[in-house]
Write a protein that binds this ligand. Structure first.
Ligand SMILES: Cc1ncc(COP(=O)(O)O)c(C=O)c1O
Length: 423
């Protein structure tokens, strides 16, 4: 209530209402941050006082406005013109998309609920969902993401006409990572998205579109999102600046129907209160100075592409987005021991596939490799020199493949090499 009152009051208002500390007691006076393009982000004394103070739980207005315009321009969500009750698109800032996801799950999931997702999936999602006591149902997927026919088959356990009946166990939410999935690198086709959306309509489900790799799609035009198809207000989308601006600044966004976003904001109010004002102002200044054009130009410099040729000892699909390569090691039932014992000794970066499975103790022949570990300078350096191709032979001859990486640093290739030496 106080935030709302403050937002409606004139700047001349003398407030004795809030519990804000006096910023004159804070030791920080001003700041200037040099950007790589030579420009500066500056905080004079007044800006610094604001940056160090509490702010609105949904995010600072100038960042929210900038992001809302971006969402409109990129996704043109049908819900933009709806009334709040109909599910008008709204947004809030979160401390990374992880906070948004976690709060969305806590808002929607009750113990015993059936929740649909395509596993293997992001371990952070499993970590947020599993303590809620829900029942995770895996919808089979391939390198084009969730398979609609498999979803239909799973949903056929329920009658679409009975999903609103008291006591119905029909799933209310479906979670998916539509681009450059973590860990699989899979990206969903537009056709599949349409089919999944139709099934969600039939069974009146919400879709949680967790899309931190949206901006890391290697090919243009970028794929249409679930948000762009959302005629009903059933999409909750999480975006992240982690993979394109900074993961340490912790900036993410929830976009979805206003009544649901409002609930997420209430939860933020009761927990973290808001994402760091300083961080938000810093990024907001950057985005306003860049404009949308500058932001998209920056994104163009962030992409990385990975192609790989394999012998018959390992299999993968070349991802079209994201940062991950999901490899099946042939003849190995479970990669856990291999990675945790041999590879760890050599400080390797592969992750055993089991951690991305609903039941992490089941044997898993997969490993996840991140191929996006270079600094922008290194990326530029490699990009301007040429494509790097390196032959990596494993010590045990389990895995031998040619790894051809565009825009990757020598450092990350060394890491991959060390990693494979350890196998
Ligand atoms: C699929 C997916 N969702 C969400 C996140 C969380 O990202 P952040 O909280 O940094 O925005 C990650 C991080 O790796 C991820 O891979």
């Amino acid at each position: 209530m106080l935030t709302e009152l403050q937002q409606r009051s004139p700047p001349s208002l003398i407030s004795l209402a809030g519990g804000a500390p006096n910023p004159n007691t804070f030791p920080f006076q001003s700041a200037s941050i040099q950007l790589k393009d030579g420009k500066m982000v500056t905080f004079d004394e007044t800006a610094m006082k604001r940056a160090l103070q509490y702010s609105a739980s949904n995010g600072i207005p100038e960042l929210l406005t900038w992001m809302k315009n971006l969402q409109k321009d990129l996704h043109n969500p049908p819900t933009i013109s709806y009334s709040p009750e109909e599910g008008q698109m709204d947004m809030c800032v979160t401390t990374g998309s992880q906070e948004g996801l976690c709060k969305v799950f806590e808002m929607l999931v009750n113990p015993g609920d059936n929740v649909l997702l395509d596993a293997p999936t992001y371990s952070g999602t499993l970590a947020a969902l599993q303590p809620l006591g829900c029942n995770l149902i895996n919808i089979p997927s391939d390198h084009h993401g969730m398979i609609p026919a498999a979803l239909k088959e799973t949903l056929s356990r329920w009658d679409p006409l009975e999903v609103h009946k008291p006591g119905s166990t029909a799933p209310k939410i479906l979670y998916t990572i539509p681009n450059g999935g973590n860990p699989t690198g899979a990206s969903m086709t537009t056709e599949r998205k349409k089919d999944v959306y139709e099934l969600a309509q039939q069974y009146d489900m919400l879709i949680i579109e967790d899309d931190p790799y949206y901006f890391l799609q290697f090919e243009k035009p970028w794929a249409p999102t679930f948000l762009s198809m959302d005629v009903d207000g059933r999409i909750i989308r999480t975006d992240s600046f982690s993979k394109i601006l900074s993961s340490g600044l912790r900036l993410g966004f929830v976009t979805g129907p206003k009544p649901l976003v409002d609930h997420v904001v209430l939860h933020i109010q009761a927990s973290t209160m808001h994402t760091s004002t300083f961080t938000q102002l810093m990024v907001s200044q950057l985005l306003h100075s860049w404009g949308q054009k500058g932001f998209l130009q920056h994104i163009d410099g962030c992409d990385a592409a990975c192609t790989a040729g394999l012998t018959d000892v390992a299999e993968w699909h070349t991802p079209s987005a994201g940062m991950f390569l999901w490899m099946k090691l042939k003849g190995i039932a479970d990669t856990q021991q291999l990675i945790m014992e041999k590879a760890l000794e050599k400080e390797v970066l592969l992750v055993p596939g089991g951690v991305f499975m609903i039941n992490s103790s089941d044997p898993c022949p997969y490993v996840r490799a991140a191929f996006s570990l270079s600094t922008p300078e290194q990326i530029d350096e490699v990009y301007t020199t040429s494509t790097i191709t390196t032959q990596i032979n494993t010590r045990t001859d389990l895995l031998s493949f040619t790894f051809s990486v565009h825009r990757l640093s020598e450092d990350s290739l060394c890491s991959s090499k060390t990693l494979c030496d350890a196998l």
